[in-house]
Structure formats: C-alpha cells, structure tokens
Design a protein around this ligand. Sequence first.
Ligand code: 3SL
Length: 245
Amino acid sequence: MKLFIYHTPELTPTDEVPECAIAVDVLRATTTMATVLAAGGEAVQVFSDLDQLLALSEKWPGEKRLRAGERGGSKVPGFDLGNSPLDCTPELVQGRRLFISTTNGTRALQKIQNAKIVLAAAFVNRAAVVQHLLEKQPETVWIVGSGWEGSFSLEDTACAGAIAHSVVQQSKLSQDELAGNDEVVSAIALYSQWQDNLLGLLHLASHGKRLLRLNCDQDLKYCSQTDILDVLPIQQEPGVLIGKK
Ligand code: 3SL
C-alpha cells in the first residue's frame, strides 16, 4: 500500500485515479456524514450546488429525506439542517437520506468520486477507515483534505496523519514504505504532536475559530473525539455514500 495525502481538492491530481480515495472534512462535513450513517441514515448524497440538491431531493418522498445546506459555517435558509453533527440524532435521521451541500467537504468527495473505493473519514470514525484499509490492502490510497476555499486546513491534515499513523502501527509497513509523498510524513508528525489534545488543535485552526465565533463550541468538542463511531461511509454510486458497520 502506498499512501498519498493532498491538503486540498485543488492540489489533488486530475490525470490519474487511485484504487482508494478518502475525503476528510473534520470540521464538519465528514464528521456529520459518519454521524448520520452511524445513527441509521439510509444514505448521504452530496452536492456542490444547492439548486441541484433541491431539484433532485424534490423527487424523493418528503418523509424519507433531510436537506442539509451550509455556507460559511451557517445553515442555508429554507434547509432542514445546517452542518452540525449534533443535530443528527437517531430519532431524526433513521431511515432517511441526507441530501447535503457544504462549502468544501462535499466538493472534496466529488473530486474523488471516480476512484474504485471512495470513503469519508473524520476523527470520529478513523478506526473503521483504517480497518478497511488493512483488510482490503488497496495498492494506492489518496487522502484528500477539504481545506477551506482552496487553502490548507490544520484539522484535515491532522486527521489524515491519524489514519496514516494508525496504518503504520497496525501493519508491517514502516512510515517510509507507506509514504507516497512528503505530506504523509508531515501529517504524521502533526498528528503525533497533537494526538492527546485534538480539541486544542481544533481551537487553534482557522476554521475552528470561525465556528467558535458562530457559537459552535460543542461541535468542536464532538468532532475532536477519536474512534467513537464504528461506521464506514463508502460510496455506492457516484455521490451517494452508505454506512458499512
Ligand atoms: O466546508 C465544509 O464543507 C463544512 O464542513 C464547513 S462547516 O464546518 O460546516 O462550517
């Protein structure tokens, strides 16, 4: 297995496709997706465009859908939900499909949707993602951070590092054998430094600060937890993820 980390969708190559690609948006899209699927959501369908989301979800039975729209950290008016994982209770999401569009996370997933295996990861479901990699042993794995409007996000790279760190610990591969690019080495170093204080890292991150200004302290707390959800969000058809438990 060779692992490559790309900090943003914009930095991700477009002329090749890996066997397995993983989108990461710790704050908060992939954390929300894992939460919905762990709580019994039927599927998560991602859109970069809000109008497309509204048009497509309109064809879905009303009682079986939830529409989530986030821009700039806030809920889009008229949508059922914004992008807080804390709103996604089993009572609300069970048996329903989440149609979701967020500023960066859904774009990252769309960027990698042609890979053979497409996953969504966050700290909350890191162990499930690592277990899948160890079982399937894909030859090439890309982890793509969502970033913020084209620039680097501390928390997404730290989560990519958490995945890489755990693969090294649980496989016979050394860091040198696993790393396909320099980003892997630096992501592991970042995670290693902060692994005992991920909430502190989220407070330091620029998007964490943006969310704190929007009074999302509890979201940061939730998103900083590692390995609390045993769920693997895996793409079933382009743009549609289901939860493998
Ligand atoms: O950028 C995104 O996709 C979102 O996760 C941003 S937010 O955390 O909902 O503000």
